[in-house]
Design a protein around this ligand. Structure first.
Ligand SMILES: C[S@@+](CC[C@H](N)C(=O)[O-])C[C@H]1O[C@@H](n2cnc3c(N)ncnc32)[C@H](O)[C@@H]1O
Length: 232
């Protein structure tokens, strides 16, 4: 079985011999791949929808992994009991939904060795939520697939509220900068282009809100430029 670069990068962040839950598993590709390659000792493949779970069942049966991967129907972490798995993967969902799934079952999330999260959008909202609620971001990587750059985070609960010296690090994960991720400059440039486009659209229009939005975008572009210097 060959995973796409995004799913492979997520799977590679799972610890050797862990028991995992893949929340929103869809076809069950991650647990099946990890199990087939003897990288984990067991898995729960969960999804809120019956269709995806049926897809996962097919994959699991065709790989003879029925005794190693359990299927569960339900929302987020609610399908788990405290301490039942070591690590959780939540990939391919929006950042806000991911934070809601954690918030809804906070006691389960707090006890995990780690969560591997791959938001499709709203990653800054997710980082904010995590820090406000005592989860540190231990590691972050970027991965490119079909011209799109995805962010993947490894997080764990340590408690308290984690401070952030600058809001810009909610947008560009600090770990990505520290490790000089090979896609970081491309990623920052993409953000700069997005803010420049917003400014282009707003320029020529009038109003206090528009002016403040333009000001905000310009400030972001400046900060992002400074981050690029930090990486060089
Ligand atoms: C876009 S797919 C991502 C599949 C796979 N994790 C990946 O990264 O390719 C999103 C999956 O999440 C499931 N999902 C959406 N909301 C969910 C929730 N609250 N709890 C569990 N699964 C959910 C959907 O049914 C769907 O199968």
């Amino acid at each position: 079985m060959k995973l796409t670069p995004r799913l492979e990068a997520v799977a590679n962040l799972v610890s050797h011999n862990a028991k995992i839950a893949d929340i929103g598993t869809d076809h069950g590709y991650i647990p099946v791949y990890l199990m087939k390659n003897d990288k984990i000792k067991g898995a729960i493949a969960a999804d809120v929808n019956k269709g995806p779970l049926k897809n996962a069942k097919k994959e699991i049966i065709s790989s003879n992994l029925e005794s190693k991967i359990e299927l569960r129907l339900g929302s987020g972490l609610s399908v788990l009991k405290i301490g039942e798995v070591d690590e959780v993967v939540i990939a391919g969902m929006g950042g806000v939904l991911i934070s809601e799934l954690i918030e809804n079952e906070l006691e389960i999330a707090k006890k995990l060795d780690k969560l591997i999260l791959q938001p499709m959008q709203a990653s800054s909202e997710l980082r904010k939520y995590l820090h406000k609620n005592g989860f540190i971001i231990d590691k972050e990587i970027l991965v490119k697939e079909d011209f799109r750059i995805y962010e993947i985070m490894v997080v764990k609960y340590v408690g308290g509220e984690i401070s952030q010296e600058d809001e810009i690090y909610y947008e560009i994960g600090k770990e990505l900068l520290k490790n000089k991720d090979c896609l970081i400059l491309e990623f920052i440039d993409k953000k700069i282009r997005e803010y420049s486009k917003i400014i282009e659209k707003l320029e020529g229009k009038e109003g206090e809100k528009i002016e403040s939005k333009i000001y905000e975008c310009k400030a972001k572009i400046q900060k992002l430029g400074e981050l690029k210097n930090y990486v060089h």
